[in-house]
Design a binder for this molecule. Structure first.
Ligand SMILES: CC(C)(COP(=O)(O)OP(=O)(O)OC[C@H]1O[C@@H](n2cnc3c(N)ncnc32)[C@H](O)[C@@H]1OP(=O)(O)O)[C@@H](O)C(=O)NCCC(=O)NCCS
Length: 280
């Protein structure tokens, strides 16, 4: 394979039928060892909620790179940026990002955010992104939460309006369509009436949004009893980090949250767990 690959690479909008090929690229790029099916589901969700937001890099008609965005209005999230290992460092990742940023600019998005790996960080810096804080993935501990009570948490299969309003205020934008897509895929909705809510998606917990530390603790504890194994915490929220550590969670990996454009939303108040690295 020659070095001048990028001149022959075409960046195209992905179609739903590309989800399998995109998942394979992602798994190779990240050296992911788990089953492929949840990764395919993730790309499926991305294309369902933002049908025009996923891109593939094609070389000789094969998918060799991916990247997606979620447009929440004033702010957008970029994620799933990946290039197969054998074709990295030839400009393909940059080409995918430039296409995505061009699209977002044309849509009038002011702020773009993402959660970068160490490998991605240099690329994004070159494109003008600045570092904000870490998003830390924790493995939750069942034993350490054994003693904590979790009364007052209801488990629902739909999102009550108060939870959506709560989410809008903490996140700074309306992401009902993304949350609803997970609920259609049988995510459990945990709520403490008017004070907080969380989504549990097959072992992954997030978002967790709560009015107080105590409410967040109750939600996370109940989620652990229901099978939550991992959650991603913004390091900028000291309470969130304190909470998972108090519950005996262990850090697994961390990403660097980066931003292009004005600081919006301004803080992470009320956010104890994020929805996901590619989604905000
Ligand atoms: C991060 C990732 C998407 C970057 O993709 P990529 O195609 O390698 O990106 P680019 O080639 O555009 O840029 C990467 C580096 O190659 C350099 N580069 C670009 N074109 C080049 C060329 N023709 N020759 C040599 N180097 C080149 C870039 O300057 C950049 O250098 P740096 O790392 O020293 O800053 C890819 O490494 C990847 O999939 N990693 C694993 C998954 C991951 O971490 N994804 C990011 C999630 S946030």
């Amino acid at each position: 394979m020659g070095r001048d690959v990028v001149g022959r690479v075409v960046i195209m909008r992905a179609r739903p039928s590309d989800a399998g090929a995109m998942a394979r690229v992602f798994v190779k790029a990240f050296g992911h060892r788990g089953p492929l099916e949840p990764v395919v589901t993730n790309f499926g969700v991305s294309m369902e909620v933002q049908p025009d937001g996923c891109f593939v890099a094609l070389l000789n008609s094969s998918v060799i790179g991916t990247g997606c965005f979620f447009d929440y209005g004033r702010v957008a999230w970029v994620g799933n940026v990946a290039v197969v290992p054998e074709l990295q460092r030839r400009g393909v990742g940059t080409a995918i990002m430039l296409r995505i940023l061009g699209e977002l600019r044309a849509r009038g998005v002011e702020t773009v955010r993402l959660d970068a790996t160490e490998q991605g960080r240099r690329l994004y810096r070159k494109l003008g992104f600045v570092e904000e804080y870490h998003t830390i993935m924790y493995r939750l501990s069942r034993e350490a939460s054994e003693e904590v009570s979790y009364g007052g948490v209801e488990v629902l299969d739909e999102l009550p309006e108060f939870a959506l309003e709560f989410d809008r205020r903490a996140f700074g934008a309306d992401r009902t369509h993304v949350l609803a897509s997970w609920v259609r895929r049988r995510a459990k909705v945990l709520v403490v009436a008017r004070d907080g809510y969380a989504l549990l998606r097959k072992g992954f917990l997030g978002p967790v949004i709560a009015r107080s530390y105590g409410v967040a603790k109750t939600l996370v504890t109940r989620a652990i009893r229901l099978g939550a194994q991992r959650m991603i915490v913004p390091s900028a929220s000291r309470d969130a980090v304190r909470l998972v550590e108090e519950l005996g969670a262990e850090e697994v990996t961390r990403c660097i949250r980066m931003r292009l454009g004005p600081m919006y939303p301004k803080d992470v108040g009320g956010i104890y767990g994020i929805l996901g690295c590619a989604k905000g």
